[in-house]
Design a protein around this ligand. Structure first.
Ligand code: 5RP
Length: 222
């Protein structure tokens, strides 16, 4: 199977996972990226079975609205029963690196408000140790150089993601050469640097369910 077919398969599996639990007043949390897009496209077929969604990016909000799915502000919703999103890397503990699409901060906020985080990913995202994928860090623009110097002290090789401004008006530093042995500790350590808005480690709040697509089918890991 191609990677796109695997993304389709996990999107379909996520629909199967949530569909029996949808009610007319259900508001879902929806992530960002090519795998999340496939989920959104399939969710459109169920749009009369639930109330709407909170989106983790302007791009996902636009796609949801394009399918006639109402998009709500998180502040008016409170909690969501499910947050469904992809990942750039995921380990055996369902800790993830996310933010390849620069949506990490809103993704982390919606995930924090979710009762269950369902991660959908093709098998290429499954790793033993996080860090081959460069860890994104969202920073306040004026703090970019300071944060980069602090990240070097932690052992990373941060590279400014040229031309990218996040939905929150901030910048992204991608940390290369940064293998992460203790994702929970490193997530907190990076967040403690002044000027950091969020980092792409989703470990303190990892996924609850991983739907992992490979040539042998979709594996459900918890
Ligand atoms: C966006 C993300 C995405 O979930 C992550 O980049 C995976 O994307 P894709 O499904 O396109 O591989 O964190 O900020």
């Amino acid at each position: 199977m191609t990677q796109d077919e695997l993304k389709d398969a996990v999107a379909a599996a996520a629909i199967d996972e949530i569909a029996p639990h949808l009610e007319r007043d259900t508001i879902l949390g929806i992530g960002t990226g090519s795998t999340a897009n496939r989920f959104i496209d399939r969710l459109a077929r169920l749009r009369d079975d639930f109330m709407g969604a909170v989106a983790s990016s302007e791009a996902s909000a636009e796609r949801l609205r394009g399918h006639g799915i109402e998009v709500f502000e998180l502040n008016s919703v409170g909690t969501v029963p499910y947050y469904i999103d992809g990942a750039d890397e995921v380990n055996a503990h369902l800790h993830m690196i996310k933010g390849g699409g620069a949506a990490l901060t809103r993704e982390k906020i919606v995930a924090a408000c979710a009762e269950r985080f369902i991660c959908i990913a093709d098998a290429s995202k499954r790793v033993e140790r996080l860090g081959d994928f460069p860890l994104p860090v969202e920073v306040i623009p004026m703090a970019r150089s300071y944060v980069a110097r602090e990240l070097v002290k932690l052992g990373a090789d941060p590279v400014y993601r040229e031309g990218v401004i996040t939905d929150n008006g901030n910048r992204i530093l991608d940390c290369f050469e940064f293998m992460i042995d203790d994702p929970v500790a490193m997530e907190a350590r990076i967040n403690a640097i002044v000027g950091v808005v969020t980092n792409g480690l989703f470990a303190a709040r990892g996924a609850d369910v991983l739907l992992l697509g490979s040539d042998t089918g979709v594996e459900r890991l918890t």
